[in-house]
Design a protein around this ligand. Sequence first.
Ligand code: UT7
Length: 334
Amino acid sequence: MYKSKIIGLGKYVPDHIVTNDDLTKYMDTNDQWIRERTGIEERRWAQPGDGNTSATMGVKAAKIALERAKLTPKDIDFIVFATLSPDYYFPGSGVQVQELLGCDTIGALDVRNQCSGFVYALATADQFIKTGMYKNILVIGSELQSTGIDLSTRGRGVGVIFGDGAGAVVLTRSDDDSEIMSNHLHSEGKHAKELTVLAPGGPNPPKKLVEDWDPEDLSYYPYMNGNFVFKHAVTRFPEAIMEGLKAHNLTPADIDILIPHQANLRISQFVQRKLKMRDDQIMNNIQKYGNTTAASIPIALTEAWEQGRIKKGDLVVTAAFGSGFTWGSNIIRF
Ligand code: UT7
């Protein structure tokens, strides 16, 4: 059995900043409510004509990760792309990355696990390297969510939260002590409808593709039972982290940095208090980017690394919870 390790990280967010005050142009909301309930101060939204899509933003993040890994697209054996907002309903966006980067005709797999998407994607890539099937894998989390938001007051419960962006890592076969130590993945499908976009799809009545889109049909917009999701999140985050730590006889005190999915600053603060962790042990950047779903962990991981907060040998733990419900963690010796 081989081991895998991260050798390159990259992130990309659109240039256009949307402040909380900007949102008051569309809906009845205010800066104070958004800051107090979520911690978010601003987010990035792609703009018409800037060329940003989930695939193209993923490519921009991937190019940086590849450069830092000192690899080229031709060195990559496989692509794992996590998103809830692929450019097309199908195919997924991994194939676009293969094309846009100019990789050989390697496999490309899309992971549809929403906020837990990157945790699942990293775990998936890790298995392919562990078995020896592939040596270098590009793992991307990317989201263009701003175009699918209900910007009216009706949608303000979720509309103020989401942002656009992408993060990527290059995973390679490890020949030293750096490794993905373990992955811990969970789901509970009975809560699938608590955080969902129902259309297109759905058996009763059948929802068609975009030609039938009706702006008044709420099933085309994200729905979140916010309080319900919040309560589950503050239970599942610590569970996933502790499960991973216990597998290696470690404790929260051993974590050099926790990279939680950036769902809500209050959730991260709750987790920090519950696990009795110091401020310097946890990465929060939701203030600047909002909740970027599958992109939030690779963006935060990259930013922590760029800030010098991750060094070789550090114990880095990721954790996520979201739609599905799905949740999980990756335990990483950097
Ligand atoms: O990333 C995937 C997982 N997602 C999460 O983990 C998110 C979990 N949930 C949350 O983060 C929070 O539930 C929210 C941030 C979404 C909402 O915060 P909350 O403290 O649960 O607020 P609430 O939904 O209970 O709403 C409280 C009040 C309501 O007014 P009334 O009924 O008390 O008069 C809402 O109508 O706040 C109102 N409200 C708003 N007011 C201003 C809801 N959204 C807004 C808004 N601006 N954007």
